[in-house]
Design a protein around this ligand. Sequence first.
Ligand code: NAD
Length: 507
Amino acid sequence: MATATSTPTTDRLSSYNPATGEVVGTVAVHTPAEVDAAVARARVAAQAWGALSFEARGEELTAFRKAIAAHADELAELLHRENGKPELEAYVEVMMALGHVQHAAARAESAMAPKKVSAGMLANFRATISYHPLGVVGVIGPWNYPLYTPMGSIAYALAAGNAVVFKPSELTPLVAVKLAEIAAKTFALPNLLQVVTGAGATGAALAKSAVNKIAFTGSAGTGKRVMMAAAERLTPVLLELGGKDPMIVADDADLEKAAEACVYGALTNAGQACISVERVYVADAVHDRFVDEVVKQVRALKVGGDDGDLGAMTSTAQVAIVKDHLEDAIAKGAKVLTGGPGAISGNYIQPTVLTEVDHRMKVMSDETFGPVIPIKRVDSLDEAVKLANDSTYGLGSTVFAGKAARSIAARLRAGMTSVNSVMGFAGIPSLPFGGIGDSGFGRIHGDEGIREFTRVKSTAEQVMSIPMNMMSFRQPKDMTKRLKGMIKQLYGDGVIAKAGDLFRRLR
Ligand code: NAD
């Protein structure tokens, strides 16, 4: 059974299509007892799964990947109907999720390979670092990328040898239930990937449960609550939170390409991406031309319909936030070049371009999470970098520039930067993904994303005896004197390169 069902639950949760308001389906609201039961079942699965070889797990994960690919149409259809995103974007999401299943399975063995490290002063030791599965990982996911985002934790946690209990967003639970069904049919072990459904209370129960790690993706506010709940058992947490990603356009950038990247980066998924371009800083010399190009490209986009460029916003609550940010910006002097609060109809928002913006405005400081492009003119690249770094968030960032591109990128306080492209880091599975500050901590994707779901073990093995054994009370009478000499030789002026040389001298 894919979903937690140990104690029958009477409550149901409806998932709505934000484009039409129709009910797409209903799911159970799992109670804390049901969540605990799912974690207990996962514990059994984890013991068997963690004991398998990398090769055996790799084969199972390959079968899982193929099964997901075989159900791509159903998953994309659910993504389209539950989240509101256009069909094309739904398929892009399925494809990117598959890329991570493949990558995590392929990389697990080398990412977790034991490492021999220098034993330093204890030259007669063999020092090894090894990586082991944690056990059960709880994954709590958001609604904006209901498959791709949690898969960044699920695939890597499974590949590292853990079982997973996944709590999807209450706005998009059906995609997750489908994924769990696919898992249940594919994996030889039962309960390796289970889904528990419900709203915040179900997520809170998972955060408080006996999982060995919580991987949370969502807002900073909820992230703090998850961390507090996990603190009860000292359960480690990985937090993938929101962002206010800046884009910098220098005067020697390819303006057409920069505008194209800006429009896509700000408006894909109707701007509901944690790594959306949320604010743009453009060099004075090219500002007007860049703005004209952005407005031209934005006006050519189609909003709504199965084949639209932008779909419906996933929730009316998110529409209200975007409207509030636009009204706040306009009240403080922003200029609307296209779109605007008057161009909001139900859950559809016409993409909006703003100029004359500044950091007093919510649209430049808080996560808007909607199809809005606020563009600010800057006098220098130093000013652009200063403003880009003026945020409590630090997730993604984008630089379009000529010769200074790399040096600008290096100065940005962010977990990830795309240079002369947008969101490039999210499409490269070997690059770790995550943020700093209010954007959270820990990493998914890449080898770091695999090791994030492991415990690190250090082993020190004495391979030969030497005359001086520091880990003993049996020391020569003049040991204190010798130690004084050692301190000077090893760490003072009389530096000796190798501990072995020192031992020979002190013999
Ligand atoms: P949210 O914080 O409202 O909810 C996220 C999940 O937490 C949902 O499953 C929800 O049911 C659950 N939840 C709510 N209260 C809880 C509690 N007290 N304890 C445990 N779980 C609880 O976020 P959202 O609105 O679903 O997602 C949008 C946010 O996610 C944005 O801020 C976005 O930037 C961020 N996000 C970040 C990344 C990333 O990788 N950094 C990716 C996608 C989205």
